[in-house]
Each structure stands twice: as structure tokens, then as C-alpha cells.
Design a protein around this ligand. Structure first.
Ligand code: FE
Length: 335
């Protein structure tokens, strides 16, 4: 008798432990505009932890959205992962995403870094901030994004192309907070200060700055991180502007459950897991970004840049005002 008594709990445990295997494995299809290298470790960890089988398809953000649109109700995609609130907003506007109501997501992700309507959620944070050449500029010379239009920066400023969604979002947020007229004035003053025509990407811009072609510029924080990781002695510094007013412009990479998901519950579970303390470092550190979940600390290299006040306006504004931002930059002669 004593044996049976002792065996009973073991049997119960064994059934519980084998249940996920006994059930048909849960399936999930993820479309990701984030490159495979950044997403695959999360997919692997989640598959291992839950037994869910995830099919991952990666591609450039534009073609991936077009594919989702073309597939319509027949799409196999359950979850879309992409970068920039401007792109997530576009996906929402195109009717590609579904509203999700989750206490876990709402608790893990600050309100300004997710869609107010629950159709997409930020999962990592990038600051679009000021980088400077430490041989030519002291932090005390810097203050705000606006001040990069001051006459003292004539011929010293580097910017990336206005065609990139990152800059469209930056200007859209300025419109939201400063109004269109003031924002146009600022963008015009930047254009006047350009050292060279705008760059095709943030990396080229930083290389040009390291080579002394310009002294200040605006880039996403993780590009600076990559440069410093590769070359810790590079004469480059990171500066947090607008600390006495609206704060640093931040954006997200994030995800939304698709409108025609075949496994919507599994997609929500995966999304919730991505926002958890368990997954957040894996998601953010791979690209030297900030975790979106405030309970999670960034990678030490990123943490070394110090804490800063971030702009707390909803990143959804970046999408809403994107078209206005594009027209404004065109009027201002920002190529
Ligand atoms: Fe990027």
C-alpha cells in the first residue's frame, strides 16, 4: 500500500509533464521584417519552452506588407513583426492587424509604446538621438534637436535621407508637439547646416562623422552601439537632447496579431511571452536596443549611456502624421 500511495503523485506528474507532447503541437506562423538573426533565437527559445512549432518567414518590410495584403484572408501569417511605429501604423491602416486585449501586454508595455487601439505592441525601444564627434564637440555645446539648426552648426551637420521612415517618424512627432509651422522652420534650419547631402543609412552617416566629414548627426541609438562595440575608441559620443522639455524621440520595433490569423490565441501567447522579463533581453540586446518592459535592464553596453527622459507622446502619432511629415520635409528641401 505505501508503494501505491507514493507512486500516485508521480503518475499524476508524469501525465502533466507529457501533456504538451501528447497534444498536437501548437502551430504559429510569423512574418518578420526584422532579420532572421534577431528573431530566430526567440523563436527557438519559445519552441523549446512550450513545444509550439513556429514557422518564420523574414523579408523586407515593404514587400512583406504587400504579401500580407495580397494574401488577404488566405494568409498563413498569425503574427507580424516589424520596426518603427510608422510601419506598424501602416499595417493597421491597411486592415492587416487584429485588436488584442491583454492585461499581460498592457502591464508589460508602457502605454505610449503600443497602439491605443491594441492592434500592435512595441517590443524594443530605440532612441533617435544626437551623436557627436568628441574631437570637435563637447556635450555642453548640445541641447536640443531644434538647436542643431543654430548658425554655429553651419556645414557641420549630417542627416540621413528623409525617405527613411525613422526620420519621417521623428518629424511627425515634432509636428505633434511643436506644430507644423515651427517644425518646418526647424527642418529648414537643419538643411541649411548640412555638411554633405543626406546619407542613405545611419551607418554611412556615422562612418562619415568618424572620418571628420561632419561633427553632429541624428541616428538610432543601436547604430551607435554597433560602432562602439566594433571600435570602442571611436571618437564618438551619444547625447540625450531635450531633457528639459519633451525628451528624446523614441520609437519601437514591435508586433501585431494579423487580422486573418489561423492561430490567434497562440499568437497572443507568443506576443505576451515576447514582452515578458524572460524574453525581453533576448529581444532587445541582440540589436543593442532598450527593452520595452521597464522591469528589464538593457545590455551593459547600452546601460553605460546613462538613463534619459524619453518623449512620452504615443508613438502612434508617428503614423498618423507621417504623410504630413513627408510633405513638410519636401517643402523644406530635405532630400
Ligand atoms: Fe535600423
Amino acid at each position: 500500500m505505501p508503494l501505491t500511495k507514493r507512486a500516485a503523485p508521480f503518475v499524476a506528474f508524469a501525465i502533466f509533464a507529457f501533456q504538451p507532447v501528447a497534444q498536437a503541437a501548437e502551430e504559429l506562423v510569423v512574418y518578420s521584417a526584422r532579420i532572421e538573426k534577431l528573431v530566430k533565437p526567440l523563436v527557438n527559445a519559445y519552441e523549446k519552452e512550450t513545444g509550439t512549432h513556429i514557422k518564420l518567414l523574414t523579408g523586407k518590410e515593404g514587400p512583406l506588407l504587400e504579401r500580407l495584403k495580397a494574401e488577404g484572408a488566405k494568409t498563413p501569417a498569425d503574427l507580424l513583426i516589424t520596426v518603427d511605429a510608422g510601419n506598424l501604423w501602416q499595417a493597421e491602416q491597411s486592415g492587416l492587424l487584429a485588436k488584442v486585449d491583454s492585461k499581460v501586454l498592457n502591464d508589460n508595455i508602457p502605454a505610449h509604446l503600443r497602439d491605443p487601439d491594441g492592434q500592435w505592441y512595441g517590443l524594443s525601444v530605440r532612441a533617435r538621438t544626437i551623436i557627436y564627434n568628441t574631437r570637435k564637440v563637447k556635450p555642453g555645446d548640445l541641447s536640443t534637436y531644434e538647436a542643431l539648426g543654430d548658425a554655429k552648426w553651419k556645414g557641420r551637420l549630417c542627416l540621413r535621407s528623409s525617405k527613411k521612415v525613422y526620420n519621417q517618424s521623428l518629424v511627425a512627432m515634432m509636428i505633434a508637439e511643436l506644430g507644423e509651422a515651427k517644425s518646418e522652420e526647424i527642418v529648414k534650419s537643419w538643411v541649411k547646416n548640412l555638411a554633405t547631402p543626406p546619407f542613405s543609412d545611419d551607418e554611412n552617416l556615422l562612418d562619415a562623422m568618424a572620418a571628420g566629414q561632419c561633427d553632429v548627426g541624428i541616428v538610432n541609438s543601436y547604430y551607435y552601439g554597433r560602432l562602439i562595440r566594433k571600435n570602442p575608441k571611436a571618437p564618438m559620443g551619444i547625447f540625450w537632447p531635450n531633457q528639459n522639455d519633451r525628451g528624446v524621440h523614441v520609437n519601437v520595433s514591435g508586433a501585431g496579431v494579423t487580422k486573418h490569423a489561423k492561430h490567434p490565441e497562440a499568437a497572443v501567447k507568443f506576443l505576451e511571452w515576447l514582452s515578458s522579463t524572460k524574453a525581453q533581453n533576448l529581444f532587445a540586446d541582440a540589436n543593442l536596443e532598450f527593452p520595452v518592459n521597464p522591469k528589464v535592464k538593457p545590455d551593459p553596453l547600452v546601460a553605460a549611456w546613462g538613463s534619459f527622459k524619453q518623449d512620452s507622446i504615443s508613438v502612434a502619432e508617428a503614423g498618423k502624421l507621417q504623410a504630413k511629415a513627408v510633405m513638410l520635409m519636401d517643402r523644406a528641401g530635405y532630400k
